[in-house]
Design a protein around this ligand. Structure first.
Ligand SMILES: [Zn+2]
Length: 272
């Protein structure tokens, strides 16, 4: 399972800019351009929700600062649940400031991530850094975080010219990734591409509001033998972690607040 977080990629950018690789991936699987993310729609809160299966008010990461989720009650982080089922998890993102590295690795360890890589400043750097894992890790979960659109959005505004360029860059990186991934009907590799939040809703250079442009996200799932189609209405970021577990045939913890997105598909559609 390859989970790609396209930080700050607004769903309308996919159509407006004609992001052909995202569209091609969507065409091979199930997707929505009207998914909803958590509140607050900031990356740390969204990533913590993706990795714990619960909303920010439950996991406790509600600002832009990353810290180890304490939350209420016992956390069952997704990589840990997978590890308990015998599946490895690894995560790759951009370089973080030197002082942050220790904290980042500690958080990763708590979450149950076996391998964590910090590479460069763009999607391409992260993809290059993950190349070995993408080749060698045949089971479990690989998470890639690509910051390009978010960076351009904060610096120049969502849907600005630099944001367009960042989106095309992301799309090209996705194309390079998919060139090495077997998504044929008999393959048991699955790719999930999701944005953590949108942007430019209330403030042109930010995404922390209840505005639909800030809260609406694309969710794309392909591979693993699933038949092309649309995702159900009301798909939510919180539905992604249980979807990952369901696809790997691992029981979803009762604490998880979303529902698997592949429930409505024919059981036979899930190969492997
Ligand atoms: Zn941001």
């Amino acid at each position: 399972m390859i989970l790609i977080v396209l930080d700050g990629l607004r769903p309308d950018a996919i159509q407006t800019l004609g992001l052909s690789e995202v569209a091609r991936l969507a065409g091979r699987g199930v997707s929505t351009l009207t998914g909803t993310t958590v509140a607050p729609s900031v990356t740390a809160a969204c990533m913590a929700s993706l990795l714990t299966g619960v909303r920010p008010e439950t996991h406790g990461v509600q600002s832009t600062n990353f810290h180890i989720p304490r939350g209420r009650g016992r956390m069952r982080p997704l990589p840990r649940v997978l590890a308990d089922a015998g599946y490895p998890s690894s995560a790759f993102m951009c370089r973080v400031p030197w002082l942050m590295r220790g904290i980042a690795r500690r958080i990763a360890g708590r979450l149950g991530l076996g391998t964590t890589g910090f590479h460069g400043t763009h999607a391409n750097d992260v993809l290059a850094g993950a190349a070995l894992a993408l080749r060698a890790q045949r089971r479990g979960l690989i998470v890639l975080h690509w910051p390009d659109c978010d960076d351009a959005g904060h610096d120049h505004g969502w849907m600005s010219e630099p944001y367009h360029r960042a989106a095309y860059g992301l799309d090209a990186a996705l194309g390079r990734l998919l060139a090495g991934v077997d998504l044929s009907p008999t393959s048991d590799t699955m790719v999930v591409a999701v944005a953590d939040h949108g942007g430019g809703g209330t403030v042109p250079t930010d995404h922390d509001s209840a505005h639909p442009l800030d809260r609406t996200i694309p969710i794309v799932i392909a591979g693993g033998g699933i038949e092309p189609g649309a995702l159900r209405d009301g798909a939510h970021l919180l539905d992604v972690p249980p979807t990952v577990l369901r696809a790997l045939d691992v029981p979803v913890p009762a604490s998880y607040e979303g529902r698997p997105l592949l429930d409505e598909l024919e059981p036979s559609a899930l190969a492997g």
